[in-house]
Design a protein around this ligand. Sequence first.
Ligand SMILES: O[C@@H]1[C@@H](O)[C@H](O[C@@H]2CO[C@@H](O[C@@H]3CO[C@@H](O)[C@H](O)[C@H]3O)[C@H](O)[C@H]2O)OC[C@H]1O
Length: 384
Amino acid sequence: MKRLGSFYTGRYRNVFKEYGFSEQEIQDRVQDTWTKLFEGSEETRIYYDAGDDMGYMLDTGNLDVRTEGMSYGMMIAVQMDRQDIFDRLWKWTMDYMYLTTGTHTGYFAWSCNPDGTRRSEGPAPDGEEYFAMALLFASHRWGDREEPYDYGTQARRLLHTCLHNGEDGSGRYPMWNPDHKLIKFIPECEFSDPSYHVPHFYELFADWAYPEDRPFWKEAAVASRAYLHKSCHPDTGLAPEYAYYDGTPNNERGYGHFFSDSYRVAANIGLDMEWYGADESLSDIANRIQDFFADKDPADYRRYTIEGEPFEEKSLHPVGLIATNAMASLAATGPHARKHVELLWNTPVRTGDRRYYDNCLYMFAMLALSGNYRIWMPNEHARK
Ligand SMILES: O[C@@H]1[C@@H](O)[C@H](O[C@@H]2CO[C@@H](O[C@@H]3CO[C@@H](O)[C@H](O)[C@H]3O)[C@H](O)[C@H]2O)OC[C@H]1O
């Protein structure tokens, strides 16, 4: 269901169909993408079974398992109605990534080896927000079961931790800054990553989190949309990877430019407009990003300053960038929306070592542009 203001319209655009592709070829393409990523050959797959009841998403470039990828895998699985894969991913996450001691108790270690040993004892908040959203959808689509498959309870507890960690003087940190209502890059820092901002999730958390947390999520949705306006360049629409709370790029460690993380901003704006359409001026950002890339050759995508100056360095994830620019068409009103969607359609999933991030973004775009990236409402399982 799509909600405009306080109304659900239940409309999901099939942009591929609007541009002339047939229903059958679109559904075949979505299914084929799933198969290539989750069941296909070593050339394309990024999901692997682990034992009888677990599985993981492999960052094939870094040879680790990230909360980002695990939560993306769960979101893709719930949209594709694959509870078997969802449960495998969630069990792996809980068994190996969930932190029960130390400063980050209640969060998930953001990077592990494929055997489950930890590479880091700290979290990355984009994982937690995607876990929570995927778990709530799973709860609504399939119903809750025994722990840890009591999806709704797990999600609400996690969201509560994200907002309240440290309030008891334990020396822990929340993942959202309580004054600015903005998501942090990591809990113990005071800056953000524009690509972590998913106001369309926060609107739903405002409906489904513990009652005492709901007002915060409503404010977070508003704050995040405002933050996207602040952090995306007024001419190019490009966002830096990291930015301060006032939106200015944080280049302390070289992440103040448009590179891998930043790509997701266009996709997030597309999905926010698809689900909510609460801030129509976000379309301007989508238009500017699509304008910027309209005359660029994907084979020559680079790292850019947010003003649009290219570096020598090539994009590490050009297929991911094609995917997110296409997903922006859900929000775009400019002349390049069709071109970016057709470019994605004519681009195969990525093969080779760096395929993980590109192919996650590719799958999200396939789902979203075919009308298959949906809000799953409470008790949908009971209506089946
Ligand atoms: O310093 C880490 C920080 O790196 C971590 O962030 C996660 C990793 O980076 C983000 O995505 C990557 C984009 O580039 C591709 O090449 C990678 O494959 C992606 O994983 C991701 O969104 C973050 O979760 O957060 C914790 C910090 O301590």
